[in-house]
Design a protein around this ligand. Sequence first.
Ligand SMILES: *Cc1c(COP(=O)(O)O)cnc(C)c1O
Length: 367
Amino acid sequence: MPEATRPYNFSAGPATLPEPVLRRAAQEMLDWHGSGMGVMEMSHRGREFVSIAEAAESDLRQLLGVPARFRILFMQGGGLAENAIVPMNLSRGGQVDVVVTGAWSQKSAREASRYADVQVAASNEADGHTTLPTPAGWRLRTGAAYVHLCSNETIHGVEFHQLPDLSALGCDAPLVVDCSSHVLSRPMDWSRVGLAFAGAQKNIGPAGLTLVFVREDLLGHALPICPSAFDYRTVADNGSMFNTPPTYAIYIAGLVFQWIRDEGGVAALEARNIEKARLLYDAIDGSGGFYVNRVAVDCRSRMNVPFFLHDDRLNDAFLAQARERGLLQLKGHKSVGGMRASIYNAMPLRGVQALVDHLRDFARCHG
Ligand SMILES: *Cc1c(COP(=O)(O)O)cnc(C)c1O
């Protein structure tokens, strides 16, 4: 495989993809495996695409060690649609407890309240979403249908490095996890999860595909208003082909799963992600205040690193010079400002090194 020649892309999503995956997709664009068809042109029920989808699902199950009691669903609508689809399927119109840790869980709470009686069980809003509330202090209701959290807040850059053990807190409700922006960056503790969902466009593949991992016993309880195409039972019973799935996105996701396996699996990627995050946070923390990350050290995200320049009048120059060095899409989310570097699985260590070099050089020139 030739050295990467493209710039490094730090977008939060849709985000950079592994270059070998893009090259392979380009090679197979007009003719997939001698079938005479590109993947976009195939019937989703034909044997060619069925083999692509089955391989993607089984590779994913193997990579994340997903137990047999979980169904894996390939859905559409992204994370925001799941904010409605989950309560329509799991709440039975009753109580839902949400742990608010940033912009995404806040949106989840708001959307769920259209279908259920939502309570904010804990919130880190008072400190600007820079810490994580300790599970022992969460207000969990006995009758709640489920507890929702976002395990990696893409905008605020806080990450649960351990999922809470709800049963140890005396709560037998299933835990619902929005893991959109760090799925496959680390192993998943399935013993603590009832349902997990992830939009693909952060750490997996193209936008348009949403992965749902749902425990078998949670299927079959959808509210009558739930569209059939979003009823987990219906989707599961039809092997994610109740309606036409996002075939090309599934194909690319499948290539990404093969790439992860070739790279040594999720544990190997996790080790690399730890190293990448350490390099970047060390550069920020060691800049003598030129750059600042405000998140408490023990809940900093390994995937999304928001940071600020000490003087935001330098922001435009910082971004322009980054672009000149081939470092793209570093501008922070509009609600937070500053910068954000998303360093997902597909961002190589040398990309983070190039960013760290820019941080150092820019601070030297403007410090
Ligand atoms: C991006 C993101 C979403 C929203 O995804 P859409 O596909 O735009 O609906 C939800 N949750 C998290 C954690 C995200 O990062």
